[in-house]
Structure formats: C-alpha cells, structure tokens
Design a protein around this ligand. Structure first.
Ligand code: CLF
Ligand code: SF4
Length: 452
C-alpha cells in the first residue's frame, strides 16, 4: 500500500500538489463504446473542444507506444499514460491491453492508468492485475438504478441491447463487482461522477458514502458537460453551475476524499492538467525522439522535480502560514482566483490564462477549491478588446473577491473592479501570495470596521 500511495505523488490526477508539476498523456486507442451516456457524443476530429470523448487522432497500439516514447523523452515530467477513450477502453480490449503491454516493456517507468465505465471490468481484472496497471478510474453516476436509468440510453451486454431499469441494474451491478475485485487485488481505484442537475445532484452524497465504504481512494465529482448532438443537448438540459458543484462538493467532502482539480480532459490530452500541449510531431521526429527515451535521464529529471516539490513544501510549511491564519480570528473568509501556468506559482498574465484556480482563504487556512476554465481574454488572432469575454470571465468568478495574476491591462482591471472583483498583480508561490492578501484583507477590514 505504501508503494501505491508513493506512486500517487507523481500522478497529477491523484495528488493535487503533484498536478502543479507532473503531467499525464492519453493515447486515444479505444474508439468503441458499449453504453450510451445521454451527455456524450464521441468525436474524432475536433481540436477545439476539450472534454472526454474528443480526440484529433486515433492511434494503433504500436503508434501509441511510439508516441509515448517520443513525448516521454521530450517532456520528462510526463509520468502517467492513460487510456481514456474516446470510447470505453474495455470495449476495445485488444487495443487497450496491447498498448499497455507494449508500454510495460518499452517504458517500464511510466505509470499506467485506465478509465472505464465499468460495464465489463469484471472480465479483465486478471489482465489489469498482470500488467500492473497502477490506477483504474470507474465512472459511477449513481448507486441507485432508478437514477441511472435517467442517465444511460442503453447498455450493450453479451450481444444484447438493454434499456431502462434493466440496463441501469446491469451496469451498476457490474461496476460494484469490478470495484470490489480491483480493491481486493490492491489496485488504487478512483471514482468519477458526472454531476447532472436535477438527476443525481441530491444523490451524490450517497455515491461518495458507498464508494468510501468500499475503499476507493478518491472521488472526483465533475460538472456535466453536454456534448453537441448528444441526447441531453437535444433535450436542452442545463449544465451544472459552479455554485451547484461547490455545494455538492461541500456535502460530499465529509464522506470521501475528493479530487477537486479535474480538467475533464480530451482522450488525446498531453501535458500538465492545466497546460495541455498540442503535440504534433512529424514521423521522422517521432522516430528520433522515441529512440532517445532514456529511463536514467527521466529518473534524474524526476528527482530534480521532486526536489522542487519538496522545496515548495518546505517554504510553505516553514513559514507556518496556516498556523498564522488560525490566529486571525477576525478574518472574514473570501475566495481568490489565481492565474498560474504551473509549479504552484502565480506566474500567468491575465490575458493568457485559460483557467483560474479558486482558493478559499479563511481562518481555517488556504484551501484549493476548484479550477474554472475560461476562454482566454487575449487570443493570437484577435485584439484584447472583447467585452463579452470579460463579462463571461467575470460571471465565472462572481464569488471571488480577488483576481490574482502576474499582470493585467488597465481595461480589464477597471472592468473587474466595476464588478466588485479586485485585481492584484504579483508573482511567487500561490500560498505565500494568498497569505499576504489575507493580511491585507484583514487590515482593510479592521479599517472599515474598527469596532471588530
Ligand atoms: Fe487520464 Fe483519468 Fe488517468 Fe488522469 S485524466 S485516465 S486519472 S491520467 Fe484526470 Fe483528466 Fe480529470 Fe480524468 S484530469 S478527466 S481525472
Ligand atoms: Fe461516452 Fe464514455 Fe459514456 Fe461511452 S462511457 S458513452 S465514451 S461518456
């Protein structure tokens, strides 16, 4: 178990701190699916959408392993290879296990990760175990089949198409059996649940409870993304708002450890979670890079990154920031939106930010809450004058008192101030800068309310 936990410190999804430094790559080798979720519509050629089920390319196992070797030699912080679609990996068992088996031989230092709907998980426990697949994620959207029948259009099971309650019961039974067997084999299990307003929002706590009682490592509650052309899209279903997500996470947190930093990645994502890189390599460069994959060089690079992670931790803990906050009994809790391009730093210009990390700062400490994706204010092709974009960004940060970034132009700064969001420009470790902000906030508060 200790080794399994140690592995998570290099896994950007399983460890929130690791996600500032380490990266994953998905190889899209699994086109088919064996169920139909009502929010999904798989696409194979879309570079603009960022969500599960989307990929620009489908790879053969051989091409996938070449790509892993090339990317792993170019980006030494890539520590995990995941198969997450664009369909269900276990509905494509030949491709999935051939890819993992090639990687086990050619890139034995990579952690392997599998994400599945769990319908046929039971059939492949031995393969998963024998190939030492380190992490398995199962998407469980309900633990009550009467709720799941609202979520799935059909389930293909043993050459039959099941609908309604029968489909929901079959899926749930198989998921629960599969999860139990994985945990018995000592494999770390993560549960993803899609938060669907008015369908499973009030049921999420039950899912968390049951999953924790089964021994899952972490529960990831993800807001519903509705794919164009999907059944929910046609039915005009509403997506989950940040406020609903925050409330459901607040209710579920006591029941199970929560993952809060998921970016709902594409099936061909490469890079740190917040900085996906579009890796477009020519065949020649791919082959050259693949040959230069060196386990020794990667181990050295990883040791250097580990040192940076430890250093960051030393600085934060050494300053006793949380202990000092515990003393600030008169600090009113507030949210701050942080622009970061990685390494746990405030180091991103407002105009280039594709997302903001949301922190709650209170007497209880500095706590990462979630990440909200946005359309960046500045794009390479358009000038930064789009007021609609500013409005959308302000809407998604409306519960934040501060927006903290490396730099920001005067126009957006004034705009946010008109929306009661103060902008702070600074650089440095996120926690350190947010602590300074807390001190400033308290001073302001005391000036405005001297009787406190
Ligand atoms: Fe990929 Fe998933 Fe493995 Fe991570 S993603 S298969 S566990 S390596 Fe991570 Fe992406 Fe969220 Fe998934 S941020 S969608 S949780
Ligand atoms: Fe889409 Fe995944 Fe659901 Fe299959 S299991 S329909 S790929 S979301």
């Amino acid at each position: 178990m200790a080794d399994l936990i140690a592995d998570t410190h290099h896994h950007p999804c399983y460890d929130q701190e690791a996600h500032h430094f380490f990266a994953r790559m998905h190889v899209a080798v699994a086109p088919k699916c064996n169920i139909q979720c009502k929010y999904c519509n798989r696409k194979y050629d879309c570079v603009n959408e960022s969500r599960p089920g989307v990929t620009s390319e489908l790879l053969t196992p051989e091409a996938a392993s070449q790509k892993v070797l090339a990317v792993g030699s170019l980006m030494k912080n890539v520590t995990v290879v995941g198969i997450a679609g664009p369909g269900d990996p276990l509905a494509n068992p030949e491709n999935t296990f051939r890819t993992f088996s090639l990687l086990r031989k050619q890139a034995p230092d990579m952690q392997l990760c599998l994400s599945t709907n769990g319908l046929v998980l039971n059939d492949y426990i031995d393969e998963i175990s024998q190939l030492k697949i380190n992490h398995v994620t199962i998407t469980v959207n309900a633990v009550d089949p009467h709720i799941s029948e609202e979520i799935y259009q059909f389930v293909r099971w043993r050459n039959k198409t099941l609908h309604g309650l029968e489909a929901a019961e079959r899926l749930l039974q198989n998921q629960l059996e599969g999860i139990e067997k994985l945990i018995q084999r000592g494999i770390l299990v993560k549960i993803n649940s899609v938060l669907i307003p008015d369908v499973n929002d009030r049921h999420m706590v039950e899912i968390s409870k049951q999953m924790k009682s089964m021994g899952v490592f972490v529960h990831n509650i993800m807001p519903l993304l509705i794919a164009d052309g999907s059944i929910y899209h046609k039915a005009d279903m509403a997506p989950a708002s940040p406020a609903l997500l925050a409330e459901v996470q607040r209710q579920s947190q006591p029941e199970a450890p929560l993952m809060r930093h998921c970016r709902q990645c594409r099936a061909d994502a490469v890079g740190t979670l917040g900085q996906d890189r579009n890796i477009d390599l020519t065949e020649e460069r791919l082959a050259t890079l693949a040959q230069s994959y060196s386990i020794e060089e990667r181990a050295q690079a990883l040791a250097n990154i580990d040192e940076k992670v430890a250093n960051r931790k030393r600085i934060i803990e050494g300053q006793g920031l949380n202990a000092k906050l515990h003393q600030m009994t008169d600090l009113s809790p507030f949210f701050a939106a942080v622009a970061s391009s990685g390494k746990g730093m405030i180091n991103e210009h407002f105009g280039h930010a594709k997302e903001f990390q949301i922190y709650e700062i209170s007497q209880n400490g500095i706590h990462y809450m979630t990440t909200r994706k946005i359309d960046p204010f500045c794009s390479e092709t358009e000038s930064c004058v789009d007021e609609d974009r500013l409005l959308n960004i302000a809407k998604s940060l409306q519960d934040c008192k501060y927006l903290v970034c490396q730099n920001i132009g005067n126009e957006p700064k004034l705009f946010f101030e008109s929306k009661q969001i103060k902008t702070i420009t600074t650089q440095g470790l996120i926690e350190q800068e947010l602590f300074r902000l807390a001190e400033k906030e308290r001073e302001l508060d005391l000036m405005e309310n001297p009787q406190r």
